[in-house]
Design a protein around this ligand. Structure first.
Ligand SMILES: NC(=O)c1ccc[n+]([C@@H]2O[C@H](COP(=O)([O-])OP(=O)(O)OC[C@H]3O[C@@H](n4cnc5c(N)ncnc54)[C@H](OP(=O)(O)O)[C@@H]3O)[C@@H](O)[C@H]2O)c1
Length: 307
């Protein structure tokens, strides 16, 4: 038999191998039978000794008029009753316990359980025939939809993003679109982008990435890697990665969609959006916005999806 040995607190500890439940039941049954037979044998020996003792006592008391019941001496009655008890004991061991023991009880129990199950199945069938349920359709709730991780950015013709911690254009309609897409969602950003906001963006959960373990803020969740950021946004079916340059680079590996505002122009910047590899990404929608009195530059709203 294979006995596993494992080390516990520096000492070898023997681990008892697992016993099959059927095997365990058989062993327990055998042990019980041995105990019963041993009990019967002890009873038999005590009976023999008792019988000899009673015979000796009766012989010693020969001189005294012995007590009789129905003209039979008392000790014969004692022996007779005892013999009956011994026979009853033997009957229990060899007949009752053997034939009507735990095995028999289990069979009876299983039979009863099966009967109940059959009865329940019959009742269910009756109810289903008498009162059929209307056709049910599987309703897909919003929670069963696939989660889409979206990167949202505005970049110039050469992927320019910003300079000195700020944007290099003012495009109100792009802000409006950013607001309408991200409101109600989790927005994941780098610490520098977070600090570039004059105040937190309303109705959005801010998740801030920093390597600084002591970084604290009251207005968002601070994390130290992108997978934790996404886990922190797990309740959101469309979390947004909103920049800046360092975080877009990380996000490009995990994002499913990019909402990119392509600004028509070249800019002097220090931060760039990563190159979109066209063998991995497909432009599925584009919408032009011309330059006007509020918008110095024309731009396109582009939606890219991972292939
Ligand atoms: N045009 C757009 O759509 C757009 C959007 C957003 C931002 N921007 C512009 O982009 C510029 C900011 O971008 P940025 O690239 O300089 O900074 P950023 O990406 O906003 O933040 C960089 C910071 O993120 C943290 N970080 C980066 N990688 C990390 C990692 N792997 N694990 C944990 N933390 C990490 C570090 O914070 P610690 O230093 O604290 O460790 C790092 O300094 C600004 O000019 C902003 O205006 C433009």
């Amino acid at each position: 038999m294979n006995i596993k040995v494992r080390y516990m607190f520096g000492k070898k500890k023997k681990e008892t191998p697992a016993i099959d439940p059927v095997q365990k039941e058989m062993i327990e049954n055998a042990q019980r039978r041995i105990k019963e037979k041993r009990g019967l044998f002890t009873h038999f020996v005590v009976f023999l000794v008792g019988a000899v003792g009673l015979i000796i006592i009766s012989q010693v008391m020969m001189q005294v008029e012995p007590m009789k019941i129905l003209n039979i001496e008392w000790w014969i009655w004692v022996l007779f009753v005892w013999l009956l008890l011994l026979i009853y004991h033997a009957f229990k061991v060899f007949i009752t316990n053997r034939l009507l023991g735990p095995g028999w009880e289990k069979i009876q129990y299983d039979r009863l359980v099966q009967k109940q199950k059959d009865r329940i199945a019959q009742l269910e069938e009756k109810v289903a025939t008498a009162h059929p349920l209307p056709d049910t359709k599987i309703i897909t709730t919003s929670s069963s939809k696939k989660r889409i991780i979206t990167m949202i950015a505005a970049a110039g013709a050469n992927n320019e993003l910003g300079k000195d911690g700020d944007l290099v254009w003012h495009l109100p309609d792009d802000f409006k679109r950013f607001k309408s897409l991200t409101t109600g969602h989790h927005i994941i950003m780098g610490r520098k982008t977070f600090e570039s906001f004059p105040k937190p963006l309303p109705n959005r959960t801010h998740i801030i990435l920093t390597r600084d373990k002591n970084y604290k803020t009251d207005v968002g969740i601070v994390v130290h890697d992108l997978s934790t950021a996404l886990a922190a946004a797990s309740s959101d079916e469309e979390p947004f990665i909103i920049g800046g340059g360092e975080i877009y680079k990380l996000g490009l590996e995990v994002a499913d969609r990019i909402e990119l505002t392509r600004v028509h122009g070249s800019f002097d910047v220090d931060t760039y959006f990563p190159e979109i590899n066209k063998s991995n990404w497909k432009l599925i929608r584009t919408e032009n916005h011309p330059a006007d009195e509020k918008h110095q530059f024309a731009f396109d709203f582009e939606t890219w999806e991972r292939i």
